[in-house]
Write a protein that binds this ligand. Structure first.
Ligand SMILES: Nc1ncnc2c1ncn2[C@@H]1O[C@H](COP(=O)(O)OP(=O)(O)OP(=O)(O)O)[C@@H](O)[C@H]1O
Ligand SMILES: [Mg+2]
Length: 499
């Protein structure tokens, strides 16, 4: 009996308590101004504005001006006019997530939008706008997470609780890379926020990319580009709130957001409407204050909790990687994956530019052997890139520099390794083994301690480098130095010509 009573009280608490506080005095663009609210409202509060036809529109207080409150709607403003009644909700915006939400698609309010019927609510409220856990209460980022994409797993290994950004201009493959990882990851739960993207893409993502199998262990939050800015912004908060719920059940959650730029744009629209002066490229100071508050919510949980590994896409405006949002997000996150239009144009997908991408938890999370494979591959890529122009122009003569010859030999093999079809999945350990094989490095087994308990000889030292036909017989040091000088002179000449 007592339990029933408690349940009823809990249910009643969920119903927002609305009381009338004022009336609409003006509507300006996206803003609704209300009067008669002195001392009754504060920023972030929820209100209901009753339209003339009796339908209520939920709004949020976004600012104040001359003792009037400024509201923004979560819906359409049509039907709102001077004198319309405004009711204030007493409760904080919160959501009651539940295990049964896995496999479902919800909107920014946590309401189902997939036509699969109503959602069961859980017992614990989660604030939609939550503060990140304090730094000292968090566990450390540890343990690799398998994302199923070779290039990511080997060159940009991601750990549980790490936050990575995927940076690229429009149409270079951000969403496709994200969908590959959602589908192939081994993490317990994925929470995917599709923020301000096209409506067509949302459906394609859920049906084609995630598929039934992927959706079963995911919750998708959708706010398409046509929705009001408050909805788009709240969808990002909702994605984090749902991730926090699953994290608190002890799960390792993969939280993906496509895209953080759309969140920043939504916040910009809100701020500019209220009259906040723009700071950089029209973005207001609030945008740069909100970004860390959102992104910091991902990360490792406290003791006994799971983790939220964050993968956030950033649309790089005009392919300028120093534009303000890219710059701000790069500074907050623990790593960045740069997708390159030039690589995509060559048809190599995912178009990750390995040399410009960094995972800040590497190499700490890797074994000595894995680090050796990766640094060997990076070194070959760097050498090739340095000489790429000369090679393409045919100005480089094979045999001039053994290091360049080696890079020319291995470059296509590494490129082939980096290429991955959307439906293809490569597990973490297989990725390293495959890369080692392509680079003619000894397999990992050699790292197993020998009978005496000592680690085996450095496997890279034991490498059997293929003496391929391209490799010139450059033995004397002076010849190599001369060759280097020749190359530098050729490069200088090329640069001079280009100027
Ligand atoms: N792994 C892949 N294999 C084959 N093609 C791919 C792959 N990844 C991306 N593409 C191609 O790139 C195109 C654009 O990809 P995607 O929509 O993911 O880009 P985006 O960066 O998210 O674009 P936007 O900025 O418009 O959101 C796809 O339509 C597809 O043709
Ligand atoms: Mg996209």
């Amino acid at each position: 009996m007592f339990q029933v009573g408690r349940n009823i009280v809990a249910e009643l608490r969920r119903i927002p308590d609305y009381r009338t506080v004022g009336r609409v005095t003006a509507v300006l663009g996206l803003l609704v101004e209300i009067g008669g609210v002195e001392g009754a409202l504060s920023v972030g509060d929820r209100c209901k504005v009753k339209r003339r036809d009796g339908v209520a529109v939920i709004c949020e207080v976004v600012g104040f001006r001359n003792e009037r409150a400024l509201l923004m709607p979560f819906g359409m403003l049509d039907g709102i006019g001077i004198g319309c009644e405004v009711e204030l909700a007493d409760t904080q915006p919160q959501v009651y997530p539940d295990e049964s939400w896995l496999g479902r698609v919800v909107n920014a309010f946590g309401q189902p939008v997939d036509g699969k019927g109503p959602l069961t609510e859980g017992p614990t409220p989660y604030p939609i706008r939550n503060a990140p856990p304090s730094a000292h209460s968090r566990q450390r980022v540890a343990g690799k997470i398998d994302l199923g994409v070779r290039a990511m797993n080997t060159f940009l290994t991601c750990c549980r609780g790490q936050r990575m950004g995927i940076f690229a201009g429009s149409g270079v493959g951000k969403s496709s890379l994200l969908s590959m990882m959602t589908r192939h990851t081994t993490s317990d739960v994925s929470v995917v926020g599709l923020i301000g993207e096209r409506g067509r893409e949302a459906r394609e993502f859920i049906e084609d990319d995630l598929g039934e199998e992927g959706l079963r262990r995911s919750v998708v939050v959708v706010a398409t580009s046509d929705e009001p800015p408050l909805m788009r912004r709240q969808a990002a908060y909702m994605t984090m709130a749902l991730s926090e719920f699953f994290r608190d059940t002890g799960r390792d959650v993969l939280c993906m957001m496509d895209s953080v730029t759309r969140f920043a744009m939504a916040q910009r629209e809100i701020s500019l409407s209220v009259g906040e002066p723009p700071a950089s490229k029209g973005y207001t100071p609030t945008v740069f204050a909100e970004l860390p508050r959102l992104l910091e919510r991902a990360g490792p949980g406290g003791p006994g909790q799971g983790s939220v590994t964050g993968l956030f896409t950033v649309l790089v405006d005009g392919d300028d990687h120093n534009e303000p949002i890219s710059d701000a997000v790069r500074g907050i996150l623990d790593g960045h994956v740069v997708l390159d239009r030039a690589i995509a144009e060559q048809g190599r997908y995912p178009a990750i530019n390995i040399l410009r991408s960094v995972s800040r938890t590497m190499p700490g999370c890797n074994s000595e052997y894995e680090n050796q494979i990766v640094s060997r591959a990076r070194q070959l890529l760097a050498t090739y890139e340095d000489m790429a122009e000369l090679i393409r122009l045919g100005a480089y003569r094979l045999g001039t520099d053994p290091k360049v010859d080696e890079a020319i030999h291995y470059f296509p093999l590494i490129e082939e390794f980096l290429k991955q079809r959307k439906t293809e999945c490569t597990r973490l350990a297989d990725g390293y083994a495959e890369l080692a094989r392509r680079l003619d490095l000894a397999p990992a087994q050699q790292e197993v301690p020998d009978a005496g308990g000592q680690p085996a000889a450095n496997p890279q030292g034991a490498t059997v480098m293929e003496r391929n036909r391209l490799r010139p017989q450059v033995n004397s040091r002076s010849t190599a130095t001369n060759a280097g000088n020749d190359l530098n002179a050729a490069k200088r000449a090329l640069r001079h010509d280009q100027q």
